[in-house]
Design a protein around this ligand. Structure first.
Ligand SMILES: [Zn+2]
Length: 870
């Protein structure tokens, strides 16, 4: 996609306002094309001879305007590189209202955007996906979020097909070979929220909440898998209506399980589309992770019905207004519904991912200038979503949840059915809380990166006084001090303990160096600088204070705080501010850790050390793996592979986390062998395995599997009973390590055996597979044209981001060279980030390998390395 160069060409003129689209579409699923008519009611601020609107990949057969009882014909010219159509009228349209009438046609594409073709079990479907700027591939329109208009939609469908759109069905009329479905008009919507699904879909029985019927739509035969999602949707919708104090605005709520879909889900008003894995779950076999993820994504999309759909950002630079809030809101809603799921503890993994990305020199502020559609696409990343959510949460905690909600309600009521910028939100929050918000919030939204907060004793003061310093954190130790001199207003929440007991105190740290005084002049036993891990910053504790803190890991800190502490410690190693031994001491201290999230949390850095620091098949690697097996193996010995009757979820999840660590990171041979054994039983009987073990067992068994097992995986994927099972076996094809299986997976990548939505995930897994990465990279470069055509922009960007998994520095050079020759505008920033991570990994290896070897030497003495056991 060529990137337009001049700003002036990227936004439509602002003096023509669409008010209503009266749209009639006729998709032909068998022929793979569609045609349509649209009447657009517009208001002109001044007379115009030309009207410019968006259209891409469409032919426009006829265009006229009706104004003041006259019909005025237009000549249509298309500007394909700018994705616009210009209607030049025989004479100027007068100021005031006019109706544009256009007849157009297009092709159903295979790329999951615009109106695209999908198939399942030999049946054909068409689905829409319009965000960020693909409504223009379905009908000529004013395709920018600030141009809100009502939609009156009618769709001609064939016999046996249904149509779903944003509004409720109003009536149906017979038509040759089928019927016309008329939908009720919508409230004003941005074009990116338009929805259409056509095909032989089936619906669950509705669950009615107040006056809103909620339905799950799916391909035939999946009705028995809808119960969990229906419940999650009803629970979320009730809580959201309550939070915003505005009833659900779109009449009915359809949740559509789409068999081939790019994103996780899309918040089309009244007709939300999802990947099947998120809506169709079998209560008997779904893992807790799958349930939580489904509930979280459903709540996220439903939060958008208010945040995004009812009140919409004026332009893509404020995308975070939609996404940060929906992300935060989803955790809040599900946490309230199922407190035992400990959603905010799980959020720590997301916060960690955002901190890692935001520690790169090539990050971006949450508020990001957007000049083109490609740049808008780039912003759908962990900064906009997860960092944004963490910052929203920090502001909520700073203002207090009641004031915050009051401000959000003011904002919603004031701007419903219109568009906003960040300042509108700050104003509402300030009114409701009486506190200064813009000044604190704007620094976090407008500045890239985040602070490293160092805390230690203040010299010459009593124990109750602590010295606090802040500077911008960079993962790259070579960034000069001048670039680190950045300050934030940091809402610091300190947890500490004196002889009188534990306390939590709040401070707003604004200077680069300052002291804080704990309110009671008691003896401070220990302190931790980010209580509840609620702040988006990293903490460096004074070394002696850190040692004291390590002695109180379990009696002083909660699991989420232990997660934050180990994550910070690892980040300090990466950034050259701590030696690797300091992280290994923390990891070692967590050997008896019983919380699954903490075990999963340290698995990330341990995997990176194994992958990037220890030379492959070296003595260091053997010892490192031996240490992991020795430290964490006893937990699995005690837990066993079978769940005890009545065992609680945290224990089940802990077993799965330990299996992932021992099998996936340490590659302990007994664990891999056991996974392989358990797999046979699982294939014979799905209930033989505790559901949370299904993912690790299927992927670990693949690592040691042969061609015969590979063939069984393919068959299971093709005949899978649930979307989760299909995904599990399909993606694990990329975990096999024999040359023959790798060749077969690569051969399948560009065939229908791998759905378009999974192509990038399969390639990413192959990059991370030591036996496959070289072949996968060569394949990708050789078949690039086909991959580029097939994989949608967001997924391409993820693929570029994943290239550092290729590990060796020579790949960094090849990746740089290749994408210079084959630029991907939507992944321009992802490429810079990937190359930076490559460099950081090389530097990390050089700097930390001797320390790692020495630590293992001491830790694993006597010198004869013990065999891995588990
Ligand atoms: Zn979203």
């Amino acid at each position: 996609m060529p990137v337009p160069k001049r700003l002036s060409h990227l936004r439509l003129p602002s003096d023509v306002h669409p008010l209503e689209y009266d749209l009639h579409l006729e998709p032909d699923l068998d022929a793979g094309r569609f045609k349509g008519n649209v009447r657009i009611v517009v208001r002109l601020d001044r007379p115009r001879r030309d009207v410019i609107l968006h259209a891409a990949g469409l032919t426009i057969e006829r265009a006229v305007a009706r104004a003041a009882d006259h019909e005025i014909a237009a000549r249509v010219s298309l500007q394909p590189s700018e994705e616009t159509a210009t209607l030049r009228f025989a004479r100027p349209l007068p100021a005031g209202e006019a109706v544009l009438v256009l007849r157009f046609a297009g092709q159903l594409n295979q790329h999951l955007r615009g109106l695209y073709a999908a198939s399942a079990d030999g049946r054909r479907y068409a689905f829409s996906q319009c965000e960020a700027a693909d409504a223009r591939r379905i009908f000529p329109c004013f395709d920018e979020p600030a141009f809100k208009a009502r939609f009156r939609v009618a769709v001609t469908v064939g016999d046996g097909e249904v149509a779903i759109s944003n509004g409720p069905v109003e009536r149906e009329e017979p038509a040759p070979g089928g019927r016309i479905v008329y939908f009720a008009p919508t409230p004003p919507l941005s074009t990116y929220l338009f929805a259409l699904a056509v095909g032989p879909l089936e619906a669950s029985a509705p669950r009615v909440l107040g006056s809103t019927p909620i339905r799950i739509w799916h391909v035939p035969g999946k009705g028995h898998l809808t119960e969990l999602a229906l419940e999650a949707a009803a629970e979320a919708l009730a809580r959201l209506q309550d939070y915003f104090d505005i009833p659900y605005p779109y009449g009915k709520l359809d949740l559509v399980a789409v068999p081939d879909f790019e994103a996780g889900a899309m918040e089309n008003a009244g007709a939300v589309f999802f990947r099947e894995t998120l809506l169709l779950l079998d209560p008997k076999t779904a893992s807790l992770g799958e349930r939580k993820r489904a509930a979280e994504v459903i709540a996220h999309e439903l939060a958008h019905m208010w945040y995004g759909d009812l009140v919409t950002m004026a332009w893509w630079d404020d995308l975070w207004l939609n996404e940060a809030f929906a992300t935060w809101m989803a955790y809040r809603v599900v946490d309230e519904w199922r407190p035992e799921w400990r959603m905010w503890q799980g959020f720590e993994h997301d916060r960690a991912g955002a901190l890692a990305l935001d520690g790169l020199a090539n990050t971006h502020p949450i508020y990001a200038e957007v000049r083109s559609v490609a740049q808008a696409t780039e912003n759908f990343d962990a900064i906009t979503y997860e960092k944004g959510a963490a910052v929203v949460r920090m502001i909520e905690q700073y203002l207090g949840p009641e004031s915050f909600r009051a401000g959000v309600r003011v904002y919603m009521r004031r701007h419903r059915e219109s568009n906003t910028v960040a300042a509108d939100l700050w104003r509402a929050l300030e009114e409701a809380s009486g506190k200064e918000v813009a000044h604190v919030a704007q620094a976090w939204i407008g500045q890239a990166g985040f602070p490293l907060v160092s805390i230690g004793p203040a010299r010459g003061e009593t124990e109750a006084v602590l010295a606090v310093k802040q500077e911008r954190f960079f993962s790259d130790p070579r960034i000069p001090p001048a670039r680190r001199r950045v300050r934030w207003p940091v809402p610091l929440v300190l947890k500490w303990r004196s002889l009188d007991g534990p306390s939590v105190d709040r401070f707003l740290v604004e200077k680069s160096t300052q002291t804080i005084t704990l309110p009671r002049a008691a003896r401070v036993e220990w302190y931790f600088g980010n209580a509840n891990a609620g702040g988006f910053y990293r903490v460096q504790h004074d070394p002696a204070d850190r040692t004291t803190l390590l002695a109180h890991l379990t009696d002083g800190l909660t699991p989420v705080e232990r997660l934050a502490l180990s994550g910070d410690q690892w980040a300090l190693v990466r950034s050259g501010k701590a030696r690797i031994e300091a992280f290994l001491d923390v990891a070692d201290a967590l050997g008896e850790e019983t919380d699954y999230d903490v075990i999963d949390g340290i698995s990330g850095p341990l995997d990176l050390i194994d992958e990037q620091v220890t030379p492959a098949e070296s003595e260091t690697q053997e010892r490192f793996r031996g240490w992991m097996a020795e430290r964490f193996g006893p937990q699995l010995d005690r837990l066993g592979w079978e769940a005890a009757p009545g065992e609680d979820d945290p224990t089940r999840l802990r077993r799965a986390a330990v299996v992932r660590l021992l099998g996936g990171v340490a590659e302990a041979p007994p664990v891999l062998a056991e996974a392989r054994r358990r797999l046979d039983a699982y294939l014979a009987d799905r209930s033989s395995l505790e559901p949370n073990l299904a993912d690790p067992v299927v992927s670990l068994a693949a690592r040691v599997g042969d061609e015969a097992l590979y063939e069984r995986y393919r068959q299971v994927a093709a005949a899978a009973e649930t979307p989760q099972e299909r995904r599990r076996f399909l993606l694990s094809l990329a975990s096999f390590r024999t040359p023959g299986t790798i060749r077969r997976t690569l051969a399948a990548v560009l065939t229908p055996e791998i759905p378009t939505q999974d192509v990038a995930f399969v390639l990413m897994r192959l990059f991370g597979n030591p036996a496959a990465r070289d072949a996968a990279w060569k394949f990708m470069t050789k078949r690039w044209a086909a991959i580029r055509r097939r994989v949608p922009p967001l997924m391409l960007s993820r693929l570029v981001e994943a290239t550092p998994a290729l590990r060796e520095p020579r790949y960094a050079r090849e990746v740089a060279r290749f994408f210079r020759a084959h630029p991907v505008p939507e992944a321009a920033r992802a490429l810079k980030q990937a190359l930076e991570v490559f460099r950081l990994n090389v530097e990390l290896r050089r700097r930390t390998e001797p320390g790692l070897a020495g630590w293992l030497e001491r830790r694993m003495a006597p010198a004869t390395p013990r065999r891995a056991r588990a």
